[in-house]
Design a protein around this ligand. Structure first.
Ligand code: CDP
Ligand code: CDP
Length: 226
């Protein structure tokens, strides 16, 4: 592995600040940004449209088998396309998808379907000459890139997270999703051993970005030349 190519894994509960922080770190360090929540949302959207229940794993697996995945770059953000189409933010963040995404994400066939695609995003970043990859989700540091240069677990207290979502005007039961995500059998939301916890309840985005950038500097200090 090229030591100059940085992989940062960012995990945390809903509205803990993963996307906004990761986007800014990507800008500062010239990284490609991947929001794996959008992958689960896209698959959920497709499965709802196909009328397949998360309780029928065989039907879920059969439906996904015929669904080609690809990546489309939008600036520094790598977006998922399903069958050649990038779902819109409105489609991904609808109330129906908010309510159904955690039950679908708990289905092992769904996680298996996305595993290789998510690992392959490092190659997409290399091919497009980024200095590295920042990937955010629930199991990035534990399952997808346990070998990442740096693994961050973002936390924020419940009141702060609820306020943040309310400020965005979204109807989203974040506590309910966290509960399902933390208690599922496959790849539950948890802070993996060795990851660095950052509680950003009282921090500005700028302060969190500074903290992560400094940690990247420390993690790569041993591999810099001269
Ligand atoms: O934006 P927010 O943090 O609220 O959610 P998201 O990152 O868009 O993720 C939506 C849902 O996808 C989560 O509640 C999880 O059920 C699932 N997810 C997952 O299981 N594993 C990931 N690596 C990312 C998301
Ligand atoms: O991706 P995730 O659901 O973990 O959270 P997000 O969408 O990045 O953050 C939810 C909201 O909290 C956004 O509107 C951010 O601007 C805000 N936020 C903040 O005010 N201060 C932080 N340190 C982190 C996020």
């Amino acid at each position: 592995m090229n030591p100059d190519f940085v992989i940062i894994a960012v995990d945390g509960g809903a509205a803990s600040g993963k996307s906004s922080t990761s986007r800014l770190v990507a800008e500062r360090l010239n990284l490609m940004h991947v929001d794996t929540g959008s992958h689960y949302r896209a698959v959920t959207f497709a499965l709802i449209q196909a009328g397949v229940s998360p309780e029928d794993e065989a039907a879920v697996a059969a439906q996904l088998r015929g669904l080609p995945l690809d990546t489309q770059l939008d600036g520094r953000s790598a977006r998922i396309s399903l069958d050649g189409k990038v779902p819109s933010d409105d489609e991904l963040r609808s109330d129906a998808v908010n309510a159904a995404v955690s039950p679908y994400a708990a289905v092992p066939a769904v996680r298996q379907f996305l595993f290789n695609f998510q690992r392959s995003q490092a190659d997409v970043a290399r091919q497009n000459n980024f200095a590295g990859l920042i990937m955010e989700g629930r199991d990035i540091g534990s399952v997808i890139f346990p070998d990442a240069t740096l693994r961050i677990f973002l936390e924020a207290d419940a009141a702060t997270r609820a306020e943040r979502r309310a400020a965005e005007g979204q109807s989203d039961s974040i506590e309910q999703r966290d509960k399902i995500d933390s208690s599922r059998k496959t790849a539950p939301l948890t802070c993996p051993e060795g990851a660095i916890k950052i509680d950003n309840s009282g921090m500005t985005l700028e302060e969190v970005v500074d903290a992560i950038s400094n940690l990247v500097g420390t993690s790569t200090a041993g591999s810099t030349k001269n």
